[in-house]
Design a protein around this ligand. Structure first.
Ligand code: SAM
Ligand code: DTB
Ligand code: SF4
Length: 329
């Protein structure tokens, strides 16, 4: 390799060049996986997976135009508009998720950004879920610095806000908010002292260069996101991206391995899209350094493999669910 020796990778850096990121992503597959696994083992227990459970606390009728999303009001996808859930509905779902082994509960809302009354209700949800002994995560759209501080004070541990794709390709996917809007929200969340959960979606018709650029942007943020969700597009009829050619599964594995090598201490989550993957692909993703999944039979509005299916997969692979909450930091 000309610009980079994979065998020397393993330390946490935020000064990656795009050439270095490309050299990692395009390395011979076995070298890439070998070194991703090597680096994974220096920072994490090799056979342990963190599990988060998702709940859509406000579904549908979103004003944004994200071309992948079944919840945008602009596309006929059959997703029914629902009001914000009641507090007790959310707490019941969180209790059930905890009983089933989740350590983190992530509440998603189909908002561009929350209004003051909505934020007040979400803060109550966060506080009550945290009181159950779960880590809390929310993804409710763009936040101001003040809103981020309010959520932190309510007990929010993580905020999910994805970059989705590369800066260059982004305009093909979303026009109602900019890449810089997203980066600003991420900075507000970081400055508030909330852990950052930030990743993207693969399989939206982007090029390999776009996937590399997305991973490079994530890995050169002032601090790496603590969680990096790598979603494979869930193709929903009615959305503009429905019917696209499927991503080569080995490209997904490459992206996970690259995330592991560029962000060695971050949890890399094999996120949406697992219902469309076979067990061998998922096994390769874990080998490549994925160490987190969404657990439970629904994502936000689309299906996820059921718990029993995941338990079988974990047994086949000798994976165990991380029971204790990881140390802060
Ligand atoms: N409305 C908020 C926002 O977008 O900021 C939060 C909820 S939104 C559904 C959270 C993330 O889910 C999106 O940023 C996107 O990365 C992911 N997502 C949405 N639809 C998806 C799909 N069909 N396939 C894969 N990921 C998807
Ligand atoms: C993330 O990166 N993936 C999750 C979570 N963060 C909020 C969402 C996936 C949504 C898939 C489509 C749906 O179920 O509506
Ligand atoms: Fe709305 Fe979020 Fe879906 Fe975009 S991804 S349409 S902001 S719910």
């Amino acid at each position: 390799m000309t610009v980079l020796d994979l065998a020397r990778l393993g330390s946490v850096r935020t000064d990656w060049s795009l050439d270095e990121a490309r050299a990692v992503h395009t390395a011979p597959f076995s070298d890439l996986l070998f070194h991703a696994q090597r680096v994974h083992r220096t920072h994490f227990a090799p056979n342990r997976v963190q599990v988060s459970t998702l709940l859509s606390v406000k579904t549908g009728a979103c004003p944004e135009d994200c071309k992948y999303c079944p919840q945008s009001v602009r596309y006929e996808t059959g997703v029914e508009r629902e009001e914000l859930l009641q507090l007790d509905q959310v707490v019941d779902a969180a209790r059930a998720a905890k009983a089933q082994g989740a350590t983190r509960f992530c509440m998603g809302a189909a908002y561009r950004s929350p209004k003051p009354k909505q934020l007040a209700q979400i803060k109550r949800m966060v506080s009550e879920v945290r009181a159950l002994g779960l880590e809390t995560c929310a993804t409710v759209g763009m936040l101001t610095r003040e809103q981020a501080c309010e959520l932190r004070d309510a007990g929010l541990d993580y905020y999910n806000h994805n970059l989705d794709t590369s800066r260059d390709y982004y305009g093909e996917i979303v026009t109602t908010r900019t890449y810089d809007d997203r980066l600003e929200t991420l900075q507000a969340v970081r400055d508030a002292g909330i852990n950052v959960c930030c990743g993207g979606i693969l399989g939206m018709g982007e090029s390999e260069q776009d996937r590399i650029a997305l991973l490079h942007t994530l890995a050169t943020l002032p601090r790496h996101p603590e969680s990096v969700p790598i979603n494979q597009l869930v193709q929903v009829p009615g959305t503009p991206l429905h019917g696209l050619a499927r991503l080569d599964p080995l490209e997904l594995v490459r992206a996970i391995a690259t995330a592991r090598l560029l962000m060695p201490r971050s949890y890399v989550r094999l996120s949406a899209g697992r219902s469309d993957m076979d067990d061998a692909t998922q096994a390769l993703c874990f080998l490549a350094g994925a160490n987190s999944i969404f657990y439970g039979d629904r994502l936000l509005t689309t299906p996820n493999p059921g718990r029993s299916q995941d338990q079988q997969l974990f047994e086949r692979l000798g994976l165990e669910v991380e029971r204790s909450l990881p140390a802060e930091g």
